[in-house]
Design a protein around this ligand. Structure first.
Ligand code: PLP
Length: 441
């Protein structure tokens, strides 16, 4: 069969591929991307798209970065993969050393896996088995409402219940969901936690920004207070930095906004600069020590075939080198400042509400009559409009957000900002005139 050259990539794709988070019956054709360079992706007709969402929040330094490519290529010719049980290699050792240096000082050990969900699975198992190994009956878990920690069963269980988890509802383990903290609810959250403390193994949270929930943001000082309380109540803390890690929040990690330290941390997404899949779970010496025993049953029996894959480790090493360069750190500051300036303009727009920003993450809501939700129809309309304009945005319902690669120039950012304003005007909602009294309810 040699019809591949005549058939378009789109129709071949339709024939064989099942895309993530996609209703395949109604989905339009997938955009066939043939090349990436910097902030741009190119389709087969040569049209270029500016990647305003860093390809699902993973790309840090732009697509096909030559330095990362070169390093991975060298590693590919040296050692592509080796079993990580009983064996080790330079990229894994170096990466663990480099990463631990940047994390809160209590983080001492690195456990490798393949993606954000598996990093969370490993973290949950560490907490549950920490209690088990210590002979304690602690199996309850506390998480935030609207949390998102991944799509595997454990990660789904600790994520907020939603349309995404509905078919599996009866199979997810029980989790106590609490509100994200603010000045008003902190004391009542503490009472809730205290009541559960005795049976609770851990508290898992996305620090400062709940990404998939629609970029919901909350303050570091309130999280700090909650963390301190959990520490006092001997509840282990899992800080899921899968999204917030590696510069996204304006500092290297969300942890750098906090004074309290978590027991366990999870990383993926930006870890390899968006080049290769990899997950990391780090933990304190105390967690690690609870697994040290003559008793084989106290071992952490968890691992994946590609644990600490040398190519992924090398991509992460190269990406972290780029991240720590003065140039990149100041680029992150620049994005932060420009987002902040644009926020002020957006806030005054009659069709926009709830403008919020943390570092390189900017989000706002398009006012609609429908509820703010993932299924809000406007999301799809806006998505298509931006795509037409050569901008990849992926609204979460009526929540629009920008999570650009750090190599984006101010001109490119302004291009996106300008288009946002144009699209808002083009879609001007006559029901949402600011002088309309009903609108203020
Ligand atoms: C994306 C995400 C995950 C899941 O990561 P995957 O690599 O998609 O499995 C977990 N936690 C947070 C906070 C995320 O944003």
């Amino acid at each position: 069969m040699n019809n591949t050259s005549i058939q378009s990539l789109q129709s071949r794709d339709k024939a064989v591929n099942w895309h993530p988070y996609t209703q395949m019956k109604t989905a339009g054709d997938a955009v066939p991307i043939v090349k990436g360079k910097g902030v741009y992706l190119y389709d087969e007709n040569g049209k270029k798209y500016i990647d305003a969402v860093s390809s699902w929040w993973v790309t840090l330094h732009g697509h096909a970065h030559p330095y990362i490519a070169e390093r991975v290529f060298q590693q590919l010719n040296t050692l592509e993969q080796v079993i990580f049980a009983g064996f080790t290699h330079e990229p894994a050792v170096q990466l663990s050393e480099n990463l631990l240096q940047l994390l809160p000082e209590n983080q001492k050990k690195v456990f490798y896996s393949d993606n954000g969900s598996t990093a969370v699975e490993a973290a949950l198992k560490m907490c549950i088995q920490y209690a088990y190994n210590s002979g304690k009956e602690k199996t309850k878990i506390i998480a935030f409402k609207n949390a998102y920690h991944g799509d595997t069963f454990g990660a789904m269980s600790v994520s907020g219940r939603s349309v995404w988890t509905k078919p599996f509802g009866s199979m997810l383990f029980e989790v106590v969901f609490i509100d994200i903290p603010n000045a008003e609810n902190l004391e009542s959250l503490k009472i809730q936690i205290r009541d559960l403390a005795e049976e609770t193994a851990c508290f898992i949270y996305e620090p400062l920004v709940q990404g998939a929930a629609g970029m919901l943001m909350y303050e570091a000082k309130h999280l700090d207070e909650l963390m301190k309380f959990c520490r006092d109540e001997e509840i282990l803390m899992i800080q899921d930095e899968v999204f917030t890690g590696f510069g996204r929040t304006g500092k290297l990690f969300a942890a750098n906004h906090l004074t309290e330290m978590p027991d366990i941390m999870c990383f993926s997404k930006g870890l390899t600069g968006g080049t290769m899949p990899m997950g990391i779970t780090t933990c304190s010496q105390e967690i690690f020590n609870a697994f040290l025993s003559e008793d084989k049953y106290k071992t952490l029996f968890h691992g994946h075939s590609f644990t600490a894959n040398p190519l992924a480790c090398t991509a992460a090493l190269a990406s972290m080198e780029l991240l720590l360069q003065e140039e990149t750190l100041s680029a992150i500051d620049c994005i932060n400042r420009q987002h902040s300036d644009f926020s002020k303009i957006l806030s005054k727009h009659p069709d926009v509400e709830n403008v919020r920003q943390t570092g390189t993450i900017l989000a706002f809501e398009y006012k609609t009559d429908q509820n703010t939700s993932y299924f809000n129809q406007i999301g799809k309309v806006l998505y298509d409009e931006f795509l037409e304009r050569g901008i990849i945005m992926r609204p979460l319902g009526n929540v629009m957000y920008l999570v650009p690669p750090y190599c984006i120039t101010s001109e490119e950012l302004n291009f996106i900002y300008q288009n946002i304003l144009e699209v808002l005007d083009a879609f001007k909602n006559p029901d949402h005139c600011p002088t309309d009294a009903a609108d203020r309810e």
